[in-house]
Design a protein around this ligand. Structure first.
Ligand code: 6PG
Length: 237
């Protein structure tokens, strides 16, 4: 499907929020995996400020596609970012929030979270299926916390793995391709000129694009949509 290209980050937030409200309207319950980093902040702010009437958060379960191995109060925490920009501003039951425990032992937590997903998510062909996985893409073409230097983690048989940030060495917990490509829908939210080259290579299938984990996102459902701002879409020919 052609990417959704917005003029600005703010417009992308509005476009994605409208897409999400439409996706959820027909569902009794929805299980959504959130991405981290900075891009989601403007989207979460938009959802919290302008879509409270359009989305019944009481029927939504929130999970994370990845988390930094830090406490939930740490500025690096994806959970903390989501609380600050979304959860603290909407009415969603505590029991619907399924955070990755960044403060726990990484290996133990990867196992625990995989078990939680197995228990909580609806199954399709016996495999846990998210209704929606929201992803970002790093400047290096990583997605969730699957980085190019560990791209093999994408193909893990495990649903959650421990990853390591290539520069900082920070440990991360990440869901793997087994869950991402099994999702009913996947939405990439990518903004900024610094992403344009990789976006162009991946969407244009140019050069050695398959070395980027983000290029491996192909949900079997066919439900993949890229939300880009104009700056990130510059590399598309
Ligand atoms: C994380 C993310 C990661 C993020 C990309 C893009 O924990 O950092 O889940 O995959 O989506 O790095 O991050 P920005 O939105 O900050 O560019």
């Amino acid at each position: 499907m052609k990417p959704n290209i917005s003029n600005t980050k703010q417009e992308l937030a509005q476009d994605f929020s409208g897409y999400l409200a439409t996706l959820l309207a027909s569902k009794e319950t929805a299980h959504i995996a959130l991405s981290g980093g900075s891009t989601p902040k403007v989207v979460f702010d938009e959802l919290a400020e302008n879509f409270t009437e359009d989305i019944d958060w009481g029927k939504i379960h929130l999970y994370w596609g990845d988390e930094r191995c830090v406490p939930p109060t740490n500025a690096d925490s994806n959970y903390k970012m989501t609380v600050d920009h979304l959860i603290s501003k909407i009415s969603i039951p505590d029991e619907n929030i399924h955070r990755i425990r960044g403060e726990a032992d990484p290996r133990d937590e990867a196992e625990r979270y995989a078990g939680l997903l197995q228990a909580k998510l609806p199954k399709k062909n016996g495999v846990p299926q998210f209704d929606l996985v929201i992803l970002g893409m790093g400047d290096d073409g990583h997605t969730a916390s699957i980085f190019p230097h560990e791209i093999g983690l994408w193909h893990s048989k495990k649903h959650c793995e421990v990853a390591v940030h290539p520069d900082s060495g920070q440990k991360r917990i990440s869901i793997t391709g087994s869950l991402i490509n099994h999702a009913a829908a996947v939405a990439f939210l990518v903004t900024g000129e610094n992403k344009a080259e990789k976006v162009g290579e991946i969407l244009g299938k140019r050069g050695n694009y398959q070395k980027y984990p983000a290029s491996l996102v192909h949900p079997k459902s066919g439900g993949l949509l890229w939300f880009l701002d104009k700056a990130a879409a510059q590399g598309i020919v």
